[in-house]
Design a binder for this molecule. Structure first.
Ligand SMILES: [Zn+2]
Length: 130
């Protein structure tokens, strides 16, 4: 079963002893993970921080793919987002255009691609989407 979990981009340094094991520093930023993790509920740190849901997919390196992640290779210049129209995750291009709604790429192509790789996200890798 897919884990129901989320991450938040927490820009400030988190006080020690406060679920610090669930926070990782990647790309110079601090991430907080919450949801049902290892059968325990972990709370979000605050709604002022952006929230991204885990898609249930991992990339070729085993890295979890979240909403807002940018993919490399043939998916360069795209990011993962939620499409209200299709009711699911899809790939978006730089100007927030859903590639499934435009008929170009559908989520199953991402699911089936064994070479997909997370190379950044929309918050810390804006240069990837120019
Ligand atoms: Zn769409």
């Amino acid at each position: 079963m897919r884990e129901i979990k989320f991450r938040q981009l927490v820009r400030t340094i988190v006080p020690s002893g406060d679920n610090s094991n669930l926070r990782t520093k990647e790309g110079g930023m601090i991430w907080h993970y919450f949801g049902v993790i290892d059968n325990a509920w972990i709370s979000p740190v605050g709604l002022q921080y952006p929230i991204m849901q885990f898609t249930g997919l991992k990339d070729k390196n085993g890295k979890e793919i979240y909403e807002g992640d940018c993919l490399g290779g043939v998916w360069e210049m795209t990011y993962v987002g939620w499409c209200e129209k299709s009711g699911g995750y899809e790939i978006f291009i730089c100007k927030k255009e859903c590639m499934a709604c435009s008929g170009d790429v559908h989520w199953y192509e991402i699911v089936e691609d064994k070479e997909k790789e997370v190379i950044g996200n929309i918050y810390e890798s804006k240069h990837l989407l120019v």
